[in-house]
Design a binder for this molecule. Structure first.
Ligand SMILES: [Zn+2]
Length: 235
């Protein structure tokens, strides 16, 4: 999908409204206890891609495509806001080393490359975008996870609070430490959060996630949360 196709004239206005709401909400109840020492760089990681499509919905919608679309919208908004960004991938195509023959080897090589990119980006703040999936259809909602590095918990709590308040007010999920063995989250040395934007296995979430508007809303709230988190060190 080209960027021009979905950047409609009113999207920046939608973003401004969301960011204003996020900023106002943050004035009252957000305590920023830790922020990166270097000028921050938003590293956007659209989960999966290439040989790894991630989760697949019952209608065939793949996680990797949704992740990438939200990530590209987030980057476009971030640029609009003057935020420096790095992407771990920009398309569904990933080039692998010749030595990576199997899909498992390709995934490992890709994860190693992403960790290298993040850890070689001074001031990196990692925001990894994923979609959840579950054997039953009932579970739904957004959940933010954080890695063990400093700052992740603060960013995750800001993002979870904003996402819940603005996009799914009856969501009961809280920001929690990541308990799964995700190589990227375990091996980066910067503040790191992973956002599960919704459940592909839940019809309501899936309907939302397939719309341009909801993806843009997710991107806007994620950018607003990042700005709240980094506000103290943005120059
Ligand atoms: Zn995923």
């Amino acid at each position: 999908m080209s960027e021009k196709r979905w950047i409609k004239w009113w999207y920046p206005l939608l973003a401004v409204v969301f960011l204003a709401i996020v900023a106002l909400a943050g004035q009252e109840d957000t305590e920023i206890t830790e922020a990166p020492a270097l000028p921050p760089v938003l590293v956007i990681d659209p989960g999966h891609g290439g040989a790894d499509g991630g989760a697949v919905a019952a209608d065939g919608t793949t996680e990797s495509g949704i992740n990438l679309d939200i990530a590209l919208r987030l980057r476009a908004l971030a640029r609009f806001w003057g935020v420096e960004t790095v992407m771990t991938r920009e398309s569904e195509d990933i080039s692998y080393p010749d030595s990576a023959g199997s899909i498992a080897a390709k995934k490992v090589a890709d994860q190693h490359a992403r960790v290298g990119l993040v850890n070689n980006t001074p001031g990196a703040v990692l925001l990894s975008i994923h979609q959840n999936n579950y054997p039953a259809a009932a579970p739904h909602g957004i959940q933010v996870f954080y890695g063990k590095t400093d700052g992740g918990r603060e960013l995750a709590e800001i993002a979870q609070g904003n996402l819940t308040a603005l996009l799914c007010p009856d969501n009961r999920r809280l920001a929690v430490p990541i308990d799964r063995d995700i190589y990227l989250m375990k091996n980066v040395n910067c503040p790191a959060v992973l956002v599960e934007c919704g459940f592909l296995s839940n019809p309501g979430d899936l309907d939302h996630l397939k719309t341009d508007t909801y993806r843009m809303e997710l991107a806007a709230v994620l950018l607003g949360s990042y700005l709240q988190y980094t506000r103290g060190t943005v120059t």
